[in-house]
Ligand binder design. Structure first.
Ligand SMILES: [Zn+2]
Length: 239
């Protein structure tokens, strides 16, 4: 099992690791700070360098068969097995993804508090993101209202904190029930909880910023009607 360094510290930009496996798809480390594709998040990219100075591009990181696989260019050879390597994450896009993710959770919290609306999906990229939620109307005034509420949350600079909780405890927590904690596979006994002070609380494995001010300026792009009770909002952030 690869230790996921980003789950306790999202701000690690460089780290050292040992290559534990080389397979036809890439390499597996003992630990990693690279975010992998999944759960609505995009894979990080970056660089890997061996102790002999050989450099590789980390093109994508995926989770497959319980392994976190780093796809490299050029393709790795068996000789990498057991190597100690240094990795650097492409921080610019990763940090934007962290800001987007905290924005999405903040929207989730405010939609529920203000409209009783539940978020049903989302997708995050460094460029733009989207959030899907259950609400009857999403007209222009409502998008403006959501934007205003979110701007206030950003201005308030609410802290984002990470904690860990037993599954049995989480299943009793109203906030976590609302965000469908019961859908997390039963094999997961300890849940990671991401809390945005006064705004949102949910079980989540992804990377976030430390406080809402880091989100920056929220810019709604367009909204879509995807059915009677299903609306989609695209957004981006400045700068
Ligand atoms: Zn999330």
């Amino acid at each position: 099992m690869t230790e996921l360094l980003f789950q306790t510290d999202s701000y690690i930009k460089e780290f050292e690791a040992e290559v534990k496996e080389v397979n036809e798809e890439g390499v597996v480390f003992d630990k990693t700070a690279f975010v992998y594709t999944g759960g609505g998040l995009q894979s990080d990219t970056g660089m890997m360098e061996t102790s002999k100075g050989e450099k590789f591009i980390v093109k994508e990181v995926i989770s497959k068969g319980g392994k976190i696989i780093h796809k490299l260019s050029p393709e790795p050879t068996e000789q990498l097995f057991g190597e100690n390597v240094k990795c650097i994450i492409d921080w610019e896009s990763r940090y934007r993804q962290m800001r987007m993710h905290t924005a999405l959770h903040s929207i989730s919290g405010l939609l529920f508090r203000k409209y009783g609306a539940v978020v049903t999906g989302g997708n995050i990229t460094a460029k733009r993101s989207r959030v899907d939620f259950e609400i009857d109307h999403l007209h222009k005034e409502r998008v403006q209202e959501i934007t205003k509420e979110l701007e206030k949350i950003i201005e308030d600079n609410n802290l984002v904190s990470i904690s860990f909780m037993e599954r049995s405890e989480a299943l009793k927590d109203p906030d976590l029930i609302r965000t469908k904690v019961n859908l997390i596979p039963e094999s997961v006994k300890i849940l990671r909880i991401v809390e945005i002070e006064n705004v949102d609380r949910q079980a989540d494995g992804g990377v976030h910023v430390r406080s809402t001010k880091e989100i920056g300026t929220f810019i709604p792009l367009k909204s879509e009607n995807r059915g009677k009770n299903n609306k989609r909002l695209y957004f981006t952030l400045e700068p």
